[in-house]
Write a protein that binds this ligand. Sequence first.
Ligand SMILES: C[S@@+](CC[C@H](N)C(=O)[O-])C[C@H]1O[C@@H](n2cnc3c(N)ncnc32)[C@H](O)[C@@H]1O
Length: 208
Amino acid sequence: MDKTKKLFDEWAVTGRAEEMEKGHGVTVNKFLDSISFDKPFSFLDVGCGNGWIVRKIAQLPNCKKAVGIDKSKKMISVAISKQIYKKEKYTCTNLESWNYRGKFDVIFSMESLYYTVPMEPTLAKVFKMLKTGGFFYCGTYFYSDNHLTKRWKKVMKVPMDLRSKTEWKKMFNEAGFKTTTKQIKDTKHRAKWKREFGTLFVIGQKTC
Ligand SMILES: C[S@@+](CC[C@H](N)C(=O)[O-])C[C@H]1O[C@@H](n2cnc3c(N)ncnc32)[C@H](O)[C@@H]1O
């Protein structure tokens, strides 16, 4: 039994998907708003939850297709129920076993990649699914430098792959990406881990 899938099926029907949308929104929106999507592009969100990021991106004129995948069937049902744009597409699958023939210009993932332990095979799949020149933007609160989030592993009771900022960067480099990082803080938030550390965005470009 996949404990992660079960957990997020529960979250989907108890309003936690919308809490994540609100909670993650501050730093994710700041990050996405700093990117210029100035050429036509295709977009994939891995672990899309209720689809809020897919919808945000689908409204951009240059977005040709915005796909969200999630291994929780109930998250995908919620995402479909909130669909606004024709460009939005949702599939219930885990990334590891997804049999999709196309490739994307941009792949995004917020608070999802570390639920596969270890992350390396999933990251290799992301690399494979990107077009040359494409970007993978991966956001996480859960990294060991953000020491107040380390306890989440015990609270969540599902497998979670904890790495430091340096290890995240090394893992991306070893997967073949040209890597940079960006940390975006939510300075007005009452939670210390959001104010002082915030979201670590690991940015990988597939250069060849
Ligand atoms: C913490 S939630 C984040 C949801 C969304 N990205 C957001 O920011 O609101 C993580 C989501 O990733 C999904 N997930 C975890 N591992 C996955 C995998 N290997 N493939 C697809 N989805 C996955 C979970 O089912 C869950 O809905």
